[in-house]
Design a protein around this ligand. Sequence first.
Ligand SMILES: [Ca+2]
Ligand SMILES: [Ca+2]
Ligand SMILES: [Ca+2]
Length: 248
Amino acid sequence: MDLKIALYSTMAPTCGLLLGTVLMGFQPLATAQPVSDAALENFVGQPSGTIDNLGNGDATEGSAIKQTFSASAGQTVTLDWNFLTNEATPNTLYNDFAFVSVRPLGGTSTLADTNSRFPLLGNNARFNDETGYNTFSYDIPTTGTYTLGLGVVDVGDRVVNSGLLVDNVNVGTNGSFEAGDFSGWETIGNTSIVDSAFGINPTEGNSQAYLSVPEPSTILGSVIVLGVGTLLKRTAKHKHKNLNESIK
Ligand SMILES: [Ca+2]
Ligand SMILES: [Ca+2]
Ligand SMILES: [Ca+2]
């Protein structure tokens, strides 16, 4: 084979592969992205503005799950939840939080925000702060059909991740997520089923639901690059904060 042809036949696929890799690098990844707070309110069936009106700041985006079930008056809905965050805590500007919604009665409540107690600081490799599992309960006042919704949101901006683990829901079907999927549930945004390999054990069985507000996974231009710069700065602040805490 002529040297030039040999070189070309080696180079062309390599260049093609390189170009392909570069192009692929700019494609959005398959990671499901969080949705607006308006979309979350529509999803759980609460009035527009409900999430911002909880008083934790301006929610920008989030993820949620829901299930509709029949319940009798006097029955108690219980579930286990664990709020995780990489935001500095407490934090008035970026007060990410988790919420629960029960409709048509019950309304919407904050489960935890950055002002909550985080006894499990740094317990999980993915998050700096963790509330640990707590139990939410709600007494059904009237026999009927109810929709339970659970969500986690970014506040103030769309960076620095927070998450919500849910398990052991005592109403509806697949309440402990032991089917290994969201069968019986509906989801919106970034949700998945995780086991103890996540770094935190489920409270019932082997599986638990994980909702989060991950960072944008692609870099498409200077605006987003600037956003990533801001994120890096804020991450550095967090590290600084943790360092201070470890010195105390
Ligand atoms: Ca908002
Ligand atoms: Ca955040
Ligand atoms: Ca479970």
